[in-house]
Design a binder for this molecule. Structure first.
Ligand SMILES: [Zn+2]
Length: 297
């Protein structure tokens, strides 16, 4: 209907609980395909999920991708990838060379780090040019959506999504498909921005740079998870498929190694301080969030 009327906006229910009870939080702005748009960041009044509503219909905005595979990101992301691999191995406790599927592997940066840590890595990247670049680094890379692939069930020990889930209109569908591919005892992990930090950042930047944006890339980043909403998302997906997790963990891994050293040191100090406050019982205010869910064996 939207494409017929020329309306590029599409209302979205809460991506976690499915309710249509949004409460406005703040505005964000972004120029997409040469046009300036104003976005509403909202919080679901039922489950607390923070998301963009309405959303800019990606099919109606021609000439744009929904994501942003990023060249030369390995040095910036390496501390997080390294910490992630160490934590995956600690929770998985699998002997040998665990089979890992990295969904949204972009140019193969995480696969290269995971290979160094002893994982046997397969990638999935739906941008075919980017997938070809990752393949050229020596990895097996699928270049179709997971739902279109006929992969055998329970064939992976680990499935990872690094900074992917915030881009998805329907994260539940992808997680359900991913969990089918995970063997009993296997680990699903996703990394994303942390809602508490992102909302605060948007509000502060809205005061410092009113009307400018983008504060949180609202065209691409349509969902902002917290430990609570990430837990609810995983539990809803698990309940739907009658599967259980015997380990659920939500936390923070490390800080991006920003090219600006003062910015890197400031954010690292901030994350350390907020992790300490979290251990003392306060909510998690770190810049990013990681979730680990182990499928019961
Ligand atoms: Zn909700």
């Amino acid at each position: 209907m939207n494409s017929q009327t020329g309306n590029p906006w599409r209302r979205a229910n809460c991506p976690v609980c499915g309710a249509d009870r949004p409460a406005f939080l703040t505005h964000d702005w972004q120029t997409v395909a040469g046009r300036r748009y104003t976005f509403d960041l909202v919080r679901c009044q039922i489950c607390g999920m923070v998301y963009i509503n309405p959303r800019l219909n990606r099919e109606a905005v021609t000439g744009t991708g929904g994501g942003g595979a990023w060249h030369d990101a390995l040095q910036v992301n390496r501390p997080i990838y390294e910490a992630g691999c160490r934590r995956l191995k600690a929770i998985l406790r699998a002997p040998g060379t665990p089979a890992l599927l990295d969904i949204g592997c972009a140019y193969g940066d995480f696969p290269s780090v995971a290979s160094e840590h002893g994982f046997s890595v397969t990638g999935l990247e739906i941008d075919q040019q980017v997938a070809a670049a990752a393949r050229a680094r020596g990895f097996m890379v699928y270049d179709e959506p997971l739902e279109h692939l006929s992969l055998p069930g329970e064939s992976f020990d680990v499935i990872t999504l690094w900074d992917v889930i915030e881009h998805l209109n329907d994260p539940k569908s992808l997680l359900r498909a991913a969990l089918c591919l995970l063997r009993p005892g296997g680990l699903l992990s996703f990394h994303s921005g942390n809602a508490a930090f992102q909302v605060t950042k948007g509000r502060i930047l809205g005061v410092l740079r009113p009307g400018k944006g983008p504060y949180n890339a609202p065209f691409q980043h349509v969902s902002h998870f917290s430990p609570g909403t990430a837990r609810r998302l995983l539990c809803e997906v698990g309940d739907f498929d009658h599967l259980e997790f015997d380990h659920l963990e939500f936390g923070h891994l490390d800080t991006l190694r920003y090219q600006s050293r003062p910015k890197y040191l400031a954010m690292k100090t901030y994350n350390k301080a907020t992790r300490w406050l979290n251990r003392a019982g306060l909510p998690l205010w770190t810049t990013s969030l990681v979730a680990f869910a182990r499928k019961a064996g």
